[in-house]
Design a binder for this molecule. Sequence first.
Ligand code: UDX
Ligand code: ADP
Length: 464
Amino acid sequence: MKIKNICCIGAGYVGGPTMAVIAQKCPEINVTVVDINEKRIAAWNDNDVDNIPIYEPGLSKIVAEARGRNLFFSTDVDAAIDKADMIFISVNTPTKTYGIGKGMAADLKFIELCARQIARVSTSDKIVIEKSTLPVRTAETLKNILDNTGNGVNYQILSNPEFLAEGTAVDDLMNPDRVLIGGDIETEKGKEAVQALVDVYAHWVPNERILTTNVWSSELSKLTANAFLAQRVSSINAMSELCEKTGADVNEVAKAVGMDSRIGSKFLKSSVGFGGSCFQKDILNLVYIAKSFGLHEVADYWEQVILMNDHQKRRFAANIVKTLFNTVSGKKIAILGWAFKKDTNDTRESAAIYVADYLLNEQAEIVVYDPKVKSEQIYTDLDYLNSRAEKENRTHVTIVGNPYEAAKDSHAIALLTEWDEFNELDWKKIYDDMLKPAFLFDGRRLLERKTKEKIGFEFYAIGN
Ligand code: UDX
Ligand code: ADP
């Protein structure tokens, strides 16, 4: 089976970059990315490729090459579904904010809407691929809807979880550690569908890196990979607090531990807490699934990873208040970095949101600088927490276009995203413009202590 037309529903952080790379690597396949968000699609189609809605190093170049050739962005979801042999679903699956499973289960309403739309529109056989991070057994739900509401069309459901990390999405897509494809490998039709997707990736991914499994293994592997990664960050963050009490340095500990080849060096960088759209959500999914099977010990085990992460964010903020003589009321505090990590404009679950919220509750005046995040996003993030009136957020949070302005006349700086440019700043100038004592809190272990103390800063760094 040769794929000629691919449709991807959802032009976000997953759908956009993934489809751009597929289109670039498979020039004979037409790839159409659709979204109900008109503004987002217009931005993807902007004449100036630097205005595409997602910031990822290297992405605009690929879009420039493939867009209009075999990569298209559109709001006409029905037309793209109808034409496609293969449909990727990469819509968002946020944690539920209401009803059963509130605060824990994934909200699948967008997935269900897509399934119903596919069922309504399709007039030919389709391979439907779940690309979003989903709880185990979502494929079954998809199949149920498609088979029961469709027009007698044949659907094959595959799970093809995305392992790209934001900030390195292009490289992760070009050189993946593995591509995972789950399908109904017991049946001929299922095998054919799996092979069709294998053939797409085989354009650039070596065969030994393309793994095929049953659907449930594929779905669970994604949750497991993210849970393991997040657990490493929480583990090293737990050690950071102990380091601060004992005089050990968490970076030295991480290095020593990471050189054990059985453990390895990655994901041992202590921080103010992990963020992003996946880690927390996927672990909560895992916890919810475990609980629903009555596996309470399993649920508690994984939940602790989240509790540790919440603690890390809270203790960082609490330490700022304590260090500033137990009050930040009316004090200007500069936050450098709002994204959940460097090289992305994504802010979902970013530690900065929670640190800012904590400080606002203590009546601080917050000034934020981030090189890629837009002001409206910062306000939306704070409003979403519902901790105070939206007007209050606008009164007490100011967003500025450069770090010097943020730091001017402030009592303290909190560095919360590890943007490279923060290492290149004129820290002497920043110090001179601050109130004294000038406090600098490094939540990312980005800055060198010695040089900052020499300038005169009161310097605090996680795990040191
Ligand atoms: C993650 C997974 O890595 C990816 O495979 C999956 O597809 C989606 O979820 P992402 O959320 O984009 O990707 O970022 P990641 O690089 O994993 O970082 C997650 C968070 O952990 C960030 O806030 C990061 O700053 C933090 N982190 C990561 C640390 O604090 N220390 C580390 O050592 C590594
Ligand atoms: P992710 O990080 O998973 O890619 P995003 O929120 O960045 O998540 O992207 C998901 C996209 O899916 C959003 O742009 C949203 O508008 C889109 N979307 C959600 N539901 C639908 C739907 N039923 N049809 C088309 N697009 C949808």
